[in-house]
Design a protein around this ligand. Sequence first.
Ligand code: UDP
Length: 236
Amino acid sequence: MQKGEFLYEGKAKKIFRTSEPGLLLVEYKDDATAFDGRKKGTIVGKGAVNNQVSAHLFQLLEQHGIPTHFVELRGDREMLVRRARVFALEVVVRNIAAGSLSKRLGLAEGLVLPAPVVETYYKNDALHDPLINDDHIRVLNLATPDEVQAMRTMALRVNEILVAYLSNRKIRLVDFKLEFGISQDEGRLLLVDEVSPDTCRLWDQDTGEKLDKDRFRRDLGGVEEAYAEILRRLIG
Ligand code: UDP
């Protein structure tokens, strides 16, 4: 498997072709952004942590029957993934109020929600990734109603698996963002992108300490240490 032509650079990752048409190489970067790209910085070691945490959680999810794009790790900051047609949607699942939900609905950060809340956002930089509902998704032709339903069901199942797994490691899963795609070869729904402290809110179960990107967003200090702590609790 040869690393091929550079394809695309996102805020946190670079994507390369490989000698295998159905496979891509993802390189995780230390670059960090927040607030719609207005805040920029570097979190030393983040790329390696997010690569390894994502690989670990993708494997866990696969073991529980969730199809993901993950194929294998390629060193510290690279992973091989299946090529997919990615939906222009972010699916957020929330167990505890925080971030934009707290702001939008006036809910205190830390309020335990009576049941998980699923939200969909339109991935569109020019529009600043707005919250959208199923009817908007239909109007914009972003996914079929069946695909939306399948993503919602899969997101809730991912939530159950991750909540149980992380609570055994003294971590509360507050909320997280998922992305989905349709695999190029078999046309099945796949979990893609990453599952990491960049895309999840993770709080220490005993102290409530934030162990995720909110430390960077809110200038709380100890950013690198928090990412390293998540890697340690998951992988040892
Ligand atoms: N999230 C993400 N990428 C985004 C927006 C949100 O990974 O572009 C994650 C974020 O880390 C959190 C969850 O989705 O775990 C919910 O984020 P929220 O809507 O509260 O947005 P925020 O206030 O963090 O921008």
